[in-house]
Design a protein around this ligand. Sequence first.
Ligand code: FAD
Ligand code: SF4
Length: 324
Amino acid sequence: MRPFDYVRAGDGRQAVGLHEPGTMYLAGGTNLVDLMRLGVAEPDRLVDVGRLPYDRIEPVPGGGVRIGATVRNSDLAAHPDIRRRYPMLARAVLSGASGQVRNMATVGGNLLQRTRCGYFQDISKPCNKRAPGTGCPAIPGEHHNLAIIGHSDSCVATHPSDMAVALTALDARVHVTGPGGDRVVPMPGLHRLPGTDPQRDTVLEPGELITTVELPAPPVGRSTYRKVRERASFAFALVSIAALLDIDSDGIVRECRLALGGVAHVPWRAARAEDALIGSVAGEEAYAAAADAELALARPLPRNAYKVALARNLITSTLRELAP
Ligand SMILES: Cc1cc2nc3c(=O)[nH]c(=O)nc-3n(C[C@H](O)[C@H](O)[C@H](O)COP(=O)(O)OP(=O)(O)OC[C@H]3O[C@@H](n4cnc5c(N)ncnc54)[C@H](O)[C@@H]3O)c2cc1C
Ligand code: SF4
C-alpha cells in the first residue's frame, strides 16, 4: 500500500477544507481500505469523516426522517422508526454484507461504495472505470453478474449497494456540502450511467461530502426488499427489488414503487413498470405487463440474459406477495 497522510476532521466544514486533489474521505473503511490494499485506490491523504456528528436518525416536519451520513448500517436497520415505517430500507440494509461489516459501514460510505466488477478490482487488467481509455474486458469476458440495462460500450458494471435501491424507491434526498456550498441531490439522480466516462459513479463533485439523507413520509402500502444472490449471505445481488404496492377496495393499484438492484450502473427506478401498474386492475396480467414494460429496456450481454427472466420473475412474484 502506498504511504498516505491521515487526518481526522472535527466537523463537515473542516473535512471539506482538508480535501485537496489526491484526498479521499474515509468513513467505516470497509470498501475503501480494501481498494487501497488492492492498489485500486491510492489516495495521498485520507480525511476521516467516520466520527463526524452526522450520527442521528431523527424525524423531520411532514412525517419524514433524516438519517445522518455516519449512522452505521446496523443502527439504521435496527432503528424502530425505520423498521416500522420504512421496512424495505431495514430489509435492504440487513440483506447486505455481514453483521461485523454493517457495524462499521456508514450510510454515506454505503451509497458511494464502488462496483464489485472483478476487472475493476484487479490492477493487472485493463478497465475504463479504473484506468480511463484502457478498455472494458468484461464485455468480451466475464460479465454474468453485470448490467442488463443502461450500460454502454465503455462499461457494463453494476452498482452494488442494497440500501441505495430502497432509498431510490423511497425518493430519498441526499444532502451534501462541498467547496461550492450546500446542495441536495435527489435519488434517483445521485448515481450516473457509465456513458463514455464510467470513471465517475455519481454526480458528486470533488470534495463534496454527504452529510444526511432525508426521506419523505413513507407512501401508503405494503413494502419489502427481496434479493437474489449466489449464496445466502455475504453476496451481492444478481437482481434485487425494493417494492411497495397499495391496492384500493375496488382492486385498482393506487400506488406502486419499484426499484431494481444488480441490473444497472445505478440503483434502477423502474418508472415504466410503475406507470404501467398505477391505475390498473391488480393481478397477474398487470404485474407481467409492468415487468415487460420495464424490461423492454434490457440489452443483455451473451452471458447475462438470464437476468432478464430473473428480474421479470422477481418483479411479478414480489408484487404477488405484496398484494393483500
Ligand atoms: C465482505 C463484504 C460483503 C459486502 N456485501 C454487501 C452487500 O451484499 N450489499 C451491500 O450493499 N454492500 C455490501 N458490502 C459493502 C459495504 O456495505 C460497504 O463496504 C460499506 O457500506 C461502505 O461503507 P463505509 O462507511 O465502510 O465506507 P468507506 O469504505 O469508508 O468509503 C466508501 C466510499 O465512500 C466515500 N465516503 C464515505 N463517506 C462519505 C461521505 N460522508 N461523503 C462523501 N464520501 C464518502 C469514501 O471516500 C469511499 O470512496 C460488503 C462489504 C464487504 C466487505
Ligand atoms: S464493466 Fe466497467 S468496471 Fe468492469 S471492466 Fe468494464 S469498465 Fe471496468
